[in-house]
Design a binder for this molecule. Structure first.
Ligand code: CMX
Length: 432
């Protein structure tokens, strides 16, 4: 395929850049580590390399140099649609160039060809208890497919380390092809009496995902495309990306690596926050007997949450210090398609009151909303009310970014990760 051919031509020049950087400037210091950082989640330490995206604290994410408004404008759209196609962002992340309509069509066709879930996987999914969290089922489904790994097979047969990117690319493509079908299967099984819906081959990847979930509203298909683009990549230091890279650095294949990354995404401080936001809003509404709460009522609930030692989900960020542009892109969508929706009104009101409360509370370095503060209300509007499924949607999108990063990690032969740990006694000695 065209994408793979283009990728192949980029690998050797990039390897040369890396070789030259290490040979000529390998000892140049780019970061220092303080004791606070060693205990504090290595925040801000520059020790990873990521070429697919870059996160600026004030501006937010750029995918291969392009902001969210830029990718929204420049990436190909579905016929008659206005939102960027996720196939296009995958192309952009992989090779750093904007795809043509044909490039995107080729990826859609390729993913369709590879999308069928094997019978053994269905048997495994069927055996999972209905009450099992969708993220657990999703991660286990990905892991179960490991027996299909071309990377693992080639490694066993004996492959040169310079060729490892090729089977990693194939595994990545196979996984991305199957993830919407896997996620939709879990959704229909858990919430829709296991009435499964066959794929529609006339649709693109995101549109078909919406269709298989059972939501046929064309607006929701557009939302799905936007959603899958917005959540895809956020540099390599976030938990899901870093975990995927870390596991892959041991030459574990894409199935092991992605499954582990998805497990990280399932944490409430990371991707699960999108579920928690909706859960929080619904519990507020329930306590008040329904309807839209007043600002005073919301303020009280926010303080109650903080005073009971819990976080306000959807607010704050480890890197961002301004409103997340992914939040703004979703807000624009809501203002256009569902301005009068009740849950959106609560989300908007939270945007008005929460930052000031977090500033008064005085702990969070970033009082502004992140991507997860907004995504749930859009889902509810289109009938996807089962909020413990929301992080699976995030996971399908995040796979685009972390798998692109993983393919490049193998192309550049990045080393197995092994930072040095020190003991608390050693640190106490250092400051004596
Ligand atoms: N509500 C209450 N307290 C918060 C807070 C929030 N939304 N965000 C940060 N804080 C607190 C921290 O818990 C920390 O408290 P302690 O000093 O008692 O440990 C303090 O403020 C300083 O934290 P920080 O440096 O501002 O934030 P971190 O980099 O440590 O953590 C994050 C970042 C996202 C985990 C945190 O802001 C948070 O817990 N937010 C709520 C959960 C959330 O929305 N996560 C999704 C992030 C996006 C994503 O990955 O999907």
């Amino acid at each position: 395929m065209q994408l793979k051919e283009k990728l192949k031509t980029q690998i050797e020049p990039m390897r040369e850049n890396v070789r030259s950087l290490i040979k000529n400037h390998g000892d140049k210091v780019i970061s220092e580590v303080t004791i606070r950082q060693a205990f504090g989640g290595v925040r801000g330490v520059k020790c990873l390399v990521c070429d697919t995206s870059n996160l600026d604290p004030m501006e937010g994410i750029r995918f291969r140099g392009y902001t969210i408004p830029e990718v929204s404008e420049k990436l190909p759209k579905a016929s008659g649609g206005k939102q960027p196609l996720p196939e296009g962002i995958f192309y952009l992340l992989m090779v750093g160039e904007l795809p043509t309509e044909n490039d995107v069509k080729e990826i859609t066709a390729e993913w369709q060809k590879r999308s069928k879930l094997s019978d053994y996987l269905i048997t495994i999914l069927e055996s999972m208890p209905i009450e099992m969290h969708p993220m657990t089922q999703f991660s286990m489904g990905i892991l179960a497919m490991q027996k299909e790994s071309i990377f693992a097979k080639k490694y066993r047969e004996g492959i040169s380390k310079y060729e490892l990117w090729d089977p990693m690319f194939e595994d990545g493509m196979n996984l991305l092809a199957k993830l919407p079908a896997l996620a939709a299967y879990i959704y229909r099984k858990k919430y829709k009496n296991n009435e499964q819906i066959k794929p529609d081959t006339a649709l693109d990847w995101g549109g078909n995902f919406a269709h298989m979930m059972g939501v046929e509203n064309p607006e929701y298909k557009e939302l799905m495309r936007l959603y899958l683009v917005l959540h895809c990549d956020h540099e390599s230091g976030n938990v899901s990306a870093h975990t995927t890279h870390l596991v892959g650095s041991a030459l574990s294949d894409a199935y092991y690596s992605l499954s582990a990354g998805i497990d990280g995404l399932a944490g409430p401080l990371h991707g699960l926050a999108n579920q928690e936001v909706l859960r929080w809003i619904m519990s507020v509404k329930e306590k008040l007997g329904g309807g839209v709460p007043s600002k005073e009522q919301l303020t009280k609930f926010l303080w109650d949450t903080l005073n009971s030692g819990q976080v306000i989900p959807g607010y704050g960020h480890a890197v961002l210090r301004a409103t997340d542009p992914r939040y703004m892109a979703q807000r624009e969508f809501a203002l256009k398609y569902l301005p009068d929706d009740e849950t959106f009104q609560v989300v908007s009101m939270l945007y008005e009151v929460t930052p000031d409360i977090l500033k008064k509370h005085g702990k969070a370095k970033n009082p502004w909303p992140n991507v997860d503060a907004h995504s749930g209300c859009l889902q509810v509007y289109y009938g996807v009310t089962e909020y413990d499924f929301y992080t699976v949607l995030f996971g399908v999108s995040r796979a685009i970014g972390v798998l692109s990063q993983l393919i490049w990690s193998r192309a550049l032969g990045l080393s197995i990760e092994r930072p040095k740990s020190v003991s608390t006694d050693w640190l106490l000695d250092q400051v004596k």
